[in-house]
Design a protein around this ligand. Sequence first.
Ligand code: C5P
Length: 293
Amino acid sequence: MALTKKAYAKINWMLDVVGRRADGYHNLVTVMQSVSLCDTLTFERRDDVAGILLDTGGALPADDSNLICRAARAYFKETGKPFGVQVSLEKKIPMQAGMGGGSADAAATLLALNEMEGGRFSLKELCRVAATVGADVPFCVAGGTKICRGIGEKMETVDSCFSPYLVVAMAGEGVSTPQAFRAMDEKFGDFSLPEREAAKRLPAIKSALEQGDVNALSTLLYNRFEDVILPVRPRVEELKQQLLSLGANVALMSGSGPSVFGVFGDAKEAERAAEALCAGGAFATVCQTVSAG
Ligand code: C5P
């Protein structure tokens, strides 16, 4: 029997880079949020196949560079009991957008394989395996609203009451995450300034999310990657300004970009904004926040 899983994209309510580690990765302080924009993955056990047989419909390579394959390898390494599985991927989350699309697919794969194995690992154990696949994968396994630290593996649940309509938009080419981090190294050096700013603002952001206080959030939310991406990608700032003029309470870049999201209180207004951005040649869609599992 086939098993279908939705792989939800994420946005970042706030994102700061607070240090560079010896292994070249960066420590973050971020508040991540699952959203309803999603890929759909279908899994079917196949005894005539060795390992993963992946069909992406040509949307992206189906080889071992794909995070779905890497997630399956990581899972089977833990169990020591690989089995054949056919996976088909319907891609809706834009790629290299800063919305965690690849990580969401990897997380859906871990959750599906674990379900096929009768729930062998707890969510906590699955998050540990997820961290070996990619920095954002543990969050995608857990979902909902989380403060993430370290490279994303240290998670704290936020009991958020903030569930607005969101317009997610993107124009132009994707951004390479490693390149965006290199630009951050050049601009921020030892990251002491971002670290202080994150420590100052995070408690207020957490409490505004808990209270669903959109006015407070519109002055508090920020993404440090905007400092290095906006100067080289003017279309990102343009999309932010368009979202604001179309009625968004706040508009922000997600992850290392170039996708942006606008926060709307009203579904119709959000629909109209998405239509206007699409008419201008951008990708834009309305979605909502998604709570944990
Ligand atoms: O873990 P993931 O594959 O998503 O990361 C892609 C790249 O982005 C890493 O190889 C690293 O260069 C950079 N990165 C980082 N610090 C993080 C996450 C990613 O430097 N916390």
